[in-house]
Ligand binder design. Structure first.
Ligand code: FAD
Ligand code: FES
Length: 254
């Protein structure tokens, strides 16, 4: 059944850094169905902002009927969400998109910046051996959340924490290997990991955060180039919101 928009109560909304917020929602229907890597569309109360804001599901508490979102304030929509308090309601649609498929025995779980949140639930659900690599520009967040689920390696662009550089530098400096890579983050990072996976013959699942409009597959506003022809548009395109956001590394051109 297609996801519907619902008014959902906020259980907690706290700042993790100056501009990154963690929000728990009382969302039993979404929690029941969601898998790691899927996202929800959040709607603004300001009707001048018609388009929903896609935010990945960071944690899924199926028993408690709750989901957690972690988001960075970048514009009007996310600013509005950051000001919401416990007890307020928000319009939410989800879960949307195709999430990660759990496979392999030894994983490299790699997040960059605000691509880090969706990897927390994956880190919980992946039962095999795992190395978790978190890449930041400077200020770190959610590091402690991940430590409960695997070995954590940090990279920062300014060298203030962990390895100076990017996530590939952290993988190489720590000699990390795996039979599956799961990653979410900015496109240049995903491109680097797509190449790294190819060179090392490792399967990769990459979560793309393309700019979106409708968020539900109707407008083709979020297409990325794919190796195969898409059934919907009959060209070498895939809709990130519908066929993604998670794709195999050899499926898409970045
Ligand atoms: C699948 C997916 C998952 C995401 N998960 C997260 C997450 O977990 N945490 C987080 O902080 N951010 C996430 N983003 C990015 C987030 O959607 C944007 O930062 C947010 O929509 C910006 O809205 P705004 O009104 O604050 O900014 P504005 O720049 O004012 O937004 C203007 C318009 O552009 C769209 N837009 C702007 N930036 C993006 C972007 N990067 N991706 C998609 N649409 C964008 C907005 O939805 C809106 O319609 C995700 C994006 C995608 C596609
Ligand atoms: S955002 Fe409209 S099809 Fe993906």
């Amino acid at each position: 059944m297609a996801a519907v928009k619902d008014s959902i109560k906020i259980l907690e909304n706290i700042a993790l850094t100056d501009d990154v917020f963690s929000m728990w929602l009382d969302a039993s229907t979404i929690a029941k169905k969601a898998i790691p890597g899927q996202f929800v569309n959040l709607f603004s109360k300001d009707h001048s902002m018609m388009l929903p804001r896609p935010i990945s599901i960071c944690e899924i508490d199926k028993l408690g009927g709750r989901i957690r979102l972690v988001f960075r304030v970048v514009g009007k929509g996310t600013k509005e969400f950051s000001l919401l308090k416990r007890g307020d309601s928000i319009e939410v649609m989800g879960p949307l998109g195709n999430g990660f498929s759990i496979e392999g025995k030894k994983a490299l779980i790699i997040g960059g910046g605000i691509g880090i949140p969706p990897l927390l639930q994956l880190s919980k659900d992946f039962a095999g051996e795992k190395h978790i690599v978190l890449g930041y520009r400077d200020t770190t967040f959610m590091e402690e959340d991940f430590r409960a689920y695997g070995n954590v390696y940090i990279s920062t662009e300014d060298g203030s924490r962990g390895v100076k550089g990017n996530v590939v530098n952290a993988i190489e400096e720590n000699n990390l290997d795996a039979d599956i890579i799961y990653a979410c983050g900015p496109t240049p990072m995903l491109k680097g990991l797509q190449q790294y996976a190819k060179e090392h013959n490792i399967k990769a699942q990459l979560s793309l955060e393309e700019r979106m409009a409708c968020g539900v597959g109707a407008c083709l506003g979020c297409v990325c180039k794919s190796r195969s022809v898409d059934d919907h548009s009959m060209v070498n395109n895939k809709r990130v919101c519908k066929e993604g956001p998670v794709f195999y590394g050899d499926e898409v051109e970045l």
